[in-house]
Design a protein around this ligand. Structure first.
Ligand SMILES: Nc1ncnc2c1ncn2[C@@H]1O[C@H](COP(=O)(O)OP(=O)(O)OP(=O)(O)O)[C@@H](O)[C@H]1O
Ligand SMILES: [K+]
Ligand SMILES: [Mg+2]
Length: 677
């Protein structure tokens, strides 16, 4: 799926396919999911029967009229199907190009120390695979050894390769992408047929599209309106009969179809599909329409710092000894604490040693027990065979650890770590048992343009809170630089959830962006969880959206699209119902004039004849659907402004427009139709 393909407007092939699809959608079993249109379809069949068997129905004198009504009704139903098919069309094209990138390939499966070449379809979850330069990654997985640059353009459309490495938050790789340099060992994390690309295909194809709660509520309302009008129209006949006014069935059906909300009924599902599609166009994958709608109502947004607001390649850039220790002592222990630390932070310490030309005795670590970095402890290190414990980690965590063993905290530690933190860096303290040697300065950079983007979020009325495991000073510096409203430092995974729950308890809708495994629970708790594609598998699975460009501020577009989706649905519902009221004025007088010509005074629209009035109203009712398809697909314009102002503006435009447009439209159609009858 290249960007070009995604931006392509409707091709004639897509239109052709949609036309065919709109006939397929006539299948009453499918149609029943759309009650409003189903009622129209039933009416179409009845009128068809009356046109085909006039003797049986005693409708010989109106065959021409009935045939006309039949065709207009048929087109009404077809137009609704066409709207949905057009909305689905782009997804189908995308799915096609995704399927191409999913072709079968070979994989180098590692068994013991032996490599066997098998087909990618035989790979199972847990298998270990080696992928080298030039080869395709055979499925989703996590890098467990090595580092490689990977071309992910097949899924992201972005041609610049990204670095994937074992350990940290950048260890997830996606099937169908290509290793462009070096080689990695990876563990498969998905079974065949359940990979990210498979899910993407199902998603864009709309195969798993479920109605959102909002859509279900609106559908229920439309259905109730339909039932009410059905009862009104059905009871109208005997009443009229009693008054000696003969109302014919096709006329009653025409009346019913004009009164029920066919415009919104015909466009509703297209609006939803197009909303999801607009999100995909911004390279965000929404797992459900509900997530997109929820985005439209977001009040609070929680972001993690590293890898989300900053680039996340925290690299050791300087080592500063404290307490009178030498730089060599500090660097040796920093290196030993990092020998088995596979995180980017850990590896960067060893890289720093090499760059500085510093050596250390790595045999000290032989036989030691590696202590893996955990977000809970915020430390990593090694327990040496000789009984010494080496740690590096967040300054407050290491301070506590040293103090617990009766160690002294050097008086210059605070000043050194504060200086680093004030620069936006992350200070990591290094200690052996009760002795603290100094600080590693991990440097990270805020992604460009964050401040402007967060300003836009503020205009939209969204509060931003940065939650980080880092210390308060670093957090404050980055928060200021990025322009977030609030920040919470030294937060553990459960703290992130707590913040989300607190906001939700205040009735707020919360979005969360993150990339780490430690963000996964919070991503799941949030109403909208947006994971960075660069992030871990756990984060991506917990989230209900994945940003393929790994740009957290993309939430702005998602929020705008969500709001636009809700507004479009609201606007077209208003328009549809206002519209039906206007049609009432065209069709009711005409209907009674047919029976009692003296009622001509009711014909306030001065329409040509009763029959042409009915046909004109019906024709208007049908063609308004395709005329509104572009609006349903593109969505109504959205500008950041308060919800109340938006609402009153839309009710004015679409409510008033909905009343006026049909008067003009029906009058114009009648001028033409009247020539024929
Ligand atoms: N490899 C490591 N070894 C020791 N300590 C580390 C290591 N990596 C990070 N830390 C320390 O642990 C803290 C928490 O790290 P973590 O990556 O979990 O933060 P986080 O909660 O994801 O927040 P954010 O991503 O917003 O910075 C870091 O601020 C740092 O002080
Ligand atoms: K209608
Ligand atoms: Mg993180």
């Amino acid at each position: 799926m290249s960007r070009n393909e995604k931006n392509k407007t409707l091709s004639s092939a897509a239109v052709k396919r949609a036309i065919v699809d709109s006939f397929v959608k006539l299948n009453p079993v499918t149609m029943m999911k759309n009650p409003v249109m189903f009622v129209v379809e039933v009416g179409t069949v009845i009128v068809l029967l009356m046109a085909l068997f006039p003797n049986f129905f005693d409708s010989q004198d109106r065959i021409g009229f009935n045939v006309a009504v039949f065709f207009i009704l048929l087109f009404t139903v077809l137009f609704a199907g066409f709207a949905e098919a057009i909305a689905e069309g782009r997804g189908k094209a995308q799915a096609y190009s995704l399927k191409k990138s999913k072709q079968e390939m070979t994989a180098n499966k590692l068994m013991g120390s032996l490599i066997t070449v098998i087909s990618s379809t035989e790979l199972r979850k847990g298998d270990i695979v080696v992928v080298s330069q030039g080869e395709m990654i055979p499925g989703d997985g996590e890098v467990i050894e090595g580092l490689a640059s990977v071309d992910e353009s097949a899924i992201t459309g972005e041609s610049a390769p990204v670095i994937k490495e074992a350990g940290g938050d950048f260890n997830s790789v996606t099937g169908g992408t290509r290793v462009v340099s070096d080689s990695i060992k990876m563990r498969m994390t998905s079974e065949p047929g359940q990979s990210f690309i498979d899910r993407m295909i199902a998603l864009v194809e709309g195969a798993k599209r479920q109605k959102t709660p909002n859509e279900i509520a609106l559908n229920t309302l439309l259905f109730s309106l339909t039932i009410i009008f059905l009862i009104v129209v059905v009871t109208l006949a005997p009443i009229a009969n009693y008054l000696d006014i003969k109302l014919e069935v096709p006329v009653l059906i025409a009346l019913l179809v004009c009164l029920i909300p066919t415009t919104i009924g015909g466009l509703l599902s297209a609006i939803g599909i197009a909303g999801m599609d607009r999100v995909t166009k911004f390279n965000v994958l929404a797992m459900s329409g509900k997530a997109v709608e929820a985005a439209g109502d977001i009040n609070t947004m929680i972001l993690d710092k590293t890898g989300t607001i900053t680039f996340g390649n925290r690299m050791a850039s300087e080592l500063v000894p404290v307490g009178g220790n030498s730089i060599n002592q500090l660097s040796e222990w920093a290196a030993i604490s990092s020998i088995k630390d596979e995180t980017p932070e850990g590896r960067s310490v060893l890289e720093w040693m090499t760059k500085q030309g510093k050596s250390y005795d790595s045999t000290i670590a032989d036989g030691g027990e590696f202590i893996e970095f955990k977000a809970e402890t915020r430390m990593s290190g090694i327990d040496l065979l000789d009984g010494r414990h080496v740690r590096k980690g967040a300054v407050d965590a290491v301070k506590k650890w040293v103090a617990a063993q009766g160690g002294e905290i050097p008086s210059d530690l605070e000043q050194v770590s504060n200086t680093i933190a004030k620069l936006g860096g992350t200070p990591l303290a290094v200690a052996v048992d009760n002795k603290l040697y100094g600080v590693i300065y991990l440097k990270d950079t805020v992604k460009p343009g964050m401040k402007e983007r967060f300003d836009t979020l503020r205009e939209m009325g969204i509060k931003t809170i940065m939650c980080t495991g880092d210390n308060p000073l670093t957090a404050a510096t980055i928060a200021k630089e990025a322009g977030v409203d609030e920040f919470i430092a030294e937060s553990k995974p459960e703290d992130k959830i707590a913040v989300i729950r607190r906001e939700q308890a205040e009735g707020k809708m919360v979005a969360m962006t993150g990339d780490g495994t430690n963000d996964a629970p919070a991503l799941a708790q949030a109403d909208v969880g947006l994971a960075m594609n660069s992030g871990t598998i756990a984060a991506k699975e917990a989230a209900n959206m994945v940003d393929l460009d790994s740009d957290p501020s993309k939430i702005i577009e998602v929020v705008a699209i969500g709001k636009q989706l809700l507004m479009t649905r609201g606007a077209l519902t208003t328009f549809s119902i206002a519209n039906d009221i206007a049609k009432y004025f065209a069709i009711i007088p005409a209907m009674f004039m047919l029976a009692i010509p003296e009622m001509g005074a009711l014909n306030i629209m001065r329409l040509g004849s009763p029959l042409s009035a009915i046909l004109s109203a019906l024709i208007f009712n049908a063609i308004i659907i395709p005329l509104l398809i572009p609006l349903a697909i593109k969505g109504v314009k959205y500008k950041p402004m308060s919800g109340a102002r938006l609402l009153s503006r839309n009710v004015f435009i679409y409510g008033l427009g909905g009343v006026i447009v049909p008067f003009v439209g029906i009058k114009l159609i009648d001028l033409i139709v009247h020539v024929w009858i």
